[in-house]
Design a protein around this ligand. Structure first.
Ligand code: KIV
Ligand code: NA
Length: 276
């Protein structure tokens, strides 16, 4: 398993870091088998596998439930788990308790929090102090979608771009081990990446980040229908899965399934006795 220092070394060497968001045992197994460097158990699971319309309904227990399954599937892959909506905003004590619960119970290797407010910087310091590595997340931070006014590109004007740069440095100073940059112009991501020692992992942030993260279901086109501009579909699971399911329905209706090869039979003597 890669550790935070190896991830930082990858940045120094220009060796790109891969991260895939996974939510369960079979996906985590495949991700580990594919030698993906890091896994994110993202709170995007609320939308992608629970069918909510945002990440806001996701709970601490949801995150633990999914993260445990992921760790069972990928025990040897560095796994970051999202702290969900409002689990780190009520008070520092409450945030530390929730973080401890997620970290202890899920087997996470790091936790991720969104934003760079004074409270988040303090939380990042306190968690780092306590031995819980923190991954930061800036740009489009989906837990604040209602404040941001929708899912749109962030940091386009000078003030917003400067704020993102300053926030990035503050998060690094507070102890963050990596920074996810979501939906910002590539030029800004390049500037931020060059100004930090810690690796940046981009999604919709261009090719100059130190790494790239995509959601498993997006990159396989599995369950999702509409993809944002920044996602590339490397597979077409929906098509293949739908065809397979339709074939099953058809074969059962036509009495073609199950065939002899899928069927158990009884010893003929026993059968004869049974029928007497
Ligand atoms: O929840 C998630 O999947 C994420 C990534 C998109 C960075 O936070
Ligand atoms: Na997330």
């Amino acid at each position: 398993m890669k550790n935070r220092f190896e991830l930082q070394e990858m940045k120094q060497k220009g060796d790109k870091i891969t991260m895939v968001t996974a939510y369960d045992y079979p996906s985590a197994k495949l991700v580990e088998q594919a030698s993906v460097d890091t896994i994110l158990v993202g709170d995007s699971l609320g939308m992608v596998v629970l069918g909510y319309d945002s990440t806001i309904q996701v709970t601490v227990d949801d995150m633990i439930h999914h993260a445990k399954a992921v760790k069972r599937g990928a025990p040897n892959t560095f796994t970051v788990v999202d702290m969900p909506f409002m689990s780190y905003h009520i008070s520092l004590e409450n945030a530390l308790e929730n973080a401890m619960k997620i970290f202890q119970q899920s087997g996470a290797n790091a936790l991720k929090v969104e934003g760079a407010s004074r409270e988040i910087l303090t939380l990042t310091e306190r968690l780092t102090d306590a031995g819980i590595p923190v991954v930061a997340h800036l740009g489009l931070t989906p837990q604040s979608v209602n404040v941001l006014g929708g899912y749109k590109v962030q940091g386009k004007n000078k003030e917003a771009a400067e704020k993102l740069l300053t926030d990035s440095k503050r998060l690094e100073q507070s102890g963050a081990i990596a920074l996810v940059l979501e939906c910002i112009p590539k030029e800004l991501a390049e500037i931020i990446t060059a100004s930090l020692e810690i690796p940046t992992i981009g999604i919709g942030a261009g090719a100059d980040c130190d790494g790239q993260v995509l959601v498993y279901h997006d990159l396989l086109l599995y369950g999702v229908e509409r993809l944002p501009k920044f996602v590339k579909a490397y597979g077409h699971a929906n098509d293949g899965f739908l065809q397979s399911l339709e074939s099953f329905v058809k074969e059962v209706k036509r009495k073609e399934f199950p065939g002899v090869e899928h069927t158990y039979t009884m010893n003929s003597d026993v059968l004869a006795e049974l029928k007497q």
